[in-house]
Design a protein around this ligand. Structure first.
Ligand code: KPL
Length: 304
């Protein structure tokens, strides 16, 4: 039985994947109010795709449920909510529980794993996209691949979960997978959010694309200095290919912007700049983008 905490676009997408694979799934919602909204939405999720609309019912509970006991948990929150979400659920986790972290960014997963030694902590990195502007409604974008690997000592010795799902595979170096993913995200997400471009439009906007090539060059320099492997072709080439393959998509950071949610800039560009600090490297284009997205975030109302 799987529990899912964080019922945004990614959480809803994995709820469906798990159910299709014959798993039993329970959504953990924030509180009684959210549970009420879920009941009003028919106690299920509406999925929209080119095949039409599909309604899938789910069991749900909330963090207020004191009887909750969890042995397999998928944490699908935004990177900045991950630690808080874990803390909110940690006393409901049985010892040795599987904890799969499916979020953007770099560093926060390792931080959580270091404080959750009694659990099997796994990180997942995915190229699957999804869009949700309305709670409990999901527009399915193209399905990608997902890699999973162990982050905590207990997980290293255990069997990797979720490999029964289609297009899921295990990674023997998930740390590198997460690093490579954040490098690509740092090239695409802040610029698409700042200039409000789809991934495809980023390729044809000359100002944004010039900035993207500088971002990529800086990250290449950092990777070289820290001896952290990127790809066997230039990062700009890889990021360009991702944009071409997902050309109609709005990046997750652009979706956050249009839905008035805080961005994940601190765990994407901020994480890159944190590493640059340890290597005493100046990454001016990345620094500028961090400041620009922070300025946008600061215009949000508190509580968003
Ligand atoms: O992972 C993504 C995101 O939007 O966060 C990319 C790769 C940019 C695809 O949209």
């Amino acid at each position: 039985m799987w529990h899912i905490l964080g019922v945004g676009a990614i959480g809803m997408r994995w709820a469906r994947k798990l159910k299709l694979a014959g798993e039993s799934v329970t959504l953990i919602l924030r509180d009684e109010q959210k549970l009420k909204e879920f009941a009003e939405a028919g106690s299920g999720i509406r999925y929209l795709s080119h095949l039409g609309e599909e309604f899938v019912p789910f069991r749900a509970t909330s963090l207020d449920d004191s009887t909750l006991s969890v042995d397999n948990l998928l944490l699908c929150t935004k990177s900045y909510s991950l630690i808080g979400a874990y803390q909110a659920v940690s006393d409901r986790l049985v010892d040795g529980a599987n904890l799969v972290l499916l979020c953007n960014g770099y560093g926060v997963q390792q931080q959580l794993a270091n404080s959750a030694a009694r659990h099997k902590v796994w990180a997942a990195s995915t190229t699957s996209g999804a869009n949700s502007a309305v709670p409990f409604h999901l527009t399915l974008a193209g399905d990608g691949r997902t890699e999973l690997g162990p982050l905590s000592q207990l997980a290293v010795q255990a069997d990797c979960p979720l490999l029964n799902l289609p297009r899921h595979s295990s990674s023997d170096d998930i740390e590198t997978t997460l690093w490579q993913k954040v490098a690509v995200n740092a090239c695409i997400n802040p610029l698409t959010a700042l200039y409000q471009l789809t991934n495809g439009e980023l390729m044809s906007d000359s100002i944004a694309f010039t900035r993207m090539s500088r971002v990529a060059d800086e990250i290449e320099r950092l990777a070289k200095q820290l001896d952290k492997p990127l790809f066997n072709q230039p990062l700009l080439r890889v990021a360009t290919e991702v944009c071409e393959n997902t050309s109609a998509n709005r990046s997750s950071m652009l979706q956050d912007r249009v839905n008035h949610r805080p961005s994940e800039i601190e765990w994407i560009t901020g994480a890159i700049l944190g590493l640059a600090g340890t290597a005493q490297l100046q990454l001016n284009e990345n620094r500028l983008l961090l400041e620009e997205i922070r300025a946008l975030d600061s215009t949000l109302l508190p509580n968003n």
